[in-house]
Design a protein around this ligand. Structure first.
Ligand code: FMN
Ligand code: EPS
Length: 391
């Protein structure tokens, strides 16, 4: 929608990742320490490959912040690829003398075939470098900045793993978020977490990979973000686009999501009950099957997003494929790969939800300074009580 905008640039084995963020108000406290924890969380999770032993992601703020506060100008960030030193010739910006071996054995499930066809390349590397989920490090850094804005207003965004490799977790209520952070697979159910680790361990020696499902929750979100009036202002649609844009994400649901299709209306819809007082108003939904959004607008309940992540496409025991040069049958390309990225995927999904919410926040409460945003937010909250007219 353009109130909080960002671009990223960078190839997986190039020098690093560049981000430019536009739309932040002036006066927001922001430091590298606000970004570092999320970058570390994205690098974790059981089942990642050799690359994560090389990288130690750190986002440097190179513009838009002075003495710890945003200036209202674009914020620029930079993350170095530590692996780049091993790829200087293969990834050189200028032409090189040596002949670089091309990648031509197409990997099913990755960008290799559609990307090379679309851009007219004879070397899959020209596509895979940018298609790589290395770019999700940049999104998590941008998401941490969005999260910093939302934190000013008490909004908190978390994720946990619902399933890996067909092993399903039970979801405790309430969720112990510290336990999720301590879990090797970011799962709130310790028994299921053990079985998930076992599923990853079982897939690895087979040269295989596993996917799974994650859930993101945004807590402390006020009613009124998004809108029902146009398709591209509906917040559920904006969240779905943001989530499905993450590498390997294949399905998304709000609240009950797919489950709602199999239930009766009387069981699905969240009845509205009078209460003494809940967040400044005398009503509250009895349940939150809608996942905090009705008609594209936040209701004030937690936003709950569930998403499915496919198994990683690059297999150590490669799948049958064809060679881009000859069209002959070959096995797909393999150098190294993650076996499972479901926990990391949850962290990336948190970042995308934070970005969409920051955008919707500035759309509704936007201002040039943080204080102006705060005034607009508080002014709106003061209007959302009962509508009885005084005569
Ligand atoms: C955090 C993360 C790490 C990933 N690591 C790998 C990997 O090591 N090998 C691989 O083939 N795909 C990996 N992927 C998935 C591919 O990037 C993705 O499947 C590919 O870009 C094709 O896009 P699509 O699956 O969205 O259609 C990863 C995805 C995420 C979110
Ligand atoms: C670099 C990251 O993920 C990469 C995503 C990725 C892919 O194909 O998507 C392939 C792998 O890269 P490499 O071939 O260098 O091992 C992952 O490690 C990261 O998450 O930071």
């Amino acid at each position: 929608m353009g109130h909080f905008r960002f671009l990223t640039a960078g190839e997986s084995h190039g020098k690093g990742l560049t981000m430019v963020i536009e739309g932040l108000p002036a006066g927001l406290p922001l430091s590298e320490a606000d970004i570092a924890p999320d970058l570390a969380r994205r690098q974790g999770g059981y089942g990642r490959g050799g690359r994560m032993k090389i990288e130690k992601d750190r986002a440097e703020i190179t513009a838009g912040v002075r003495h710890g506060r945003t200036l209202g100008s674009p914020v620029a960030l930079w993350i170095e690829n530590r692996d780049w030193v091993n790829w200087t010739e293969k990834m050189a910006v200028e032409p090189v003398e040596t002949e670089i071996e091309r990648v031509t054995r197409l990997r099913p499930g990755h960008a290799d075939l559609p990307g090379t066809l679309k851009y007219g390349f004879d070397d899959v590397r020209n596509v895979l470098e940018r298609a790589s989920a290395r770019e999700t490090a940049a999104r998590v850094a941008v998401g941490a900045v969005a999260r910093r804005l939302l934190a000013e207003f008490g909004v908190e965004i978390r994720s946990h793993v619902l399933s890996i490799g067909g092993v399903e977790a039970s979801v405790p209520d309430p969720i112990d978020w510290n336990a999720v952070e301590a879990s090797p697979v970011r799962c709130a159910d310790p028994v299921a977490a053990e079985a998930m680790v076992a599923a990853i361990n079982a897939a690895k020696p087979d040269g295989d990979t596993v996917g799974g499902e994650i859930e993101v929750r945004a807590m402390g979100v006020p009613p009124g973000l998004g809108s029902h009036v146009h398709w591209d202002r509906k917040l559920d649609g904006r969240i779905a686009q943001a989530i499905l844009s993450i590498n390997a994400f294949k399905a998304v649901g709000l609240g009950l999501g797919f489950e709602a299709a199999r239930m009766r209306g009387s069981r699905v819809h969240d009845v509205i009950l009078p209460v003494d007082q809940w967040q400044g108003r005398p009503w509250r939904h009895a349940t939150n099957n809608a996942g905090g959004i009705e008609a594209g607008i936040t209701t004030g309940e937690d936003i709950i997003v569930r998403a499915a992540i496919k198994p990683i496409p690059t297999l150590a025991h490669p799948l049958p494929s064809v060679d881009l040069d000859t069209g002959e049958e070959v096995l797909a390309h393999y150098e190294r790969s993650d076996v499972c990225v479901v926990p990391a995927g949850g962290v990336v999904a948190e970042a995308m939800v934070a970005i969409v919410l920051a955008d919707a926040w500035l759309e509704k409460f936007g201002g040039d300074t943080l204080e102006e945003v705060r005034r607009n937010y508080e002014g709106f909250l003061a209007t959302i009580g009962p509508r009885a007219r005084s005569s």
